[in-house]
Design a protein around this ligand. Sequence first.
Ligand code: ATP
Length: 137
Amino acid sequence: SNRTFTMIKPDAMKNGHAGVIIDRFIKEGYRIVALKATRLSAEKAGEFYAVHKERPFYGELVAFMSSGPIIAAILEKDNAVTAFRELIGATDPAKAAEGTIRKLYATSLGENAVHGSDSDENAKIEGDFFFNGLERI
Ligand code: ATP
């Protein structure tokens, strides 16, 4: 597929990086299919990250992701999932390559500025989680 799903996480929102991150998406050639500022309740954050339910960091992750506003977006480009994960860099900003979004803007392993889907299947599920049919044409 040529689509991925992303969130600008509460740390990047709070630290004033949302604009430059969206600008980077555009400069890297992604088409913005859908985009909105929104918030996740703890319940919704828990549902979004249900796959991590048994992990030790799950509670921290849910609390963080529901701690403030986020921006959710569906982005389109060839090979989007793989290319976008390269653009954001490793989960831990300390391990992320120079110039990646997490290297530049993330706070820590937990508060790592952006989300990017890890498969085409999850990109579809995650985009559907935030946007209705008309919004994601
Ligand atoms: P994402 O799914 O957000 O793009 P990812 O695929 O790079 O991130 P995952 O291993 O799926 O990383 O973890 C999901 C999210 O959980 C991470 O982005 C991070 O915010 C948080 N997380 C992962 N590992 C830890 C940890 N050890 N401690 C705290 N938070 C963590």
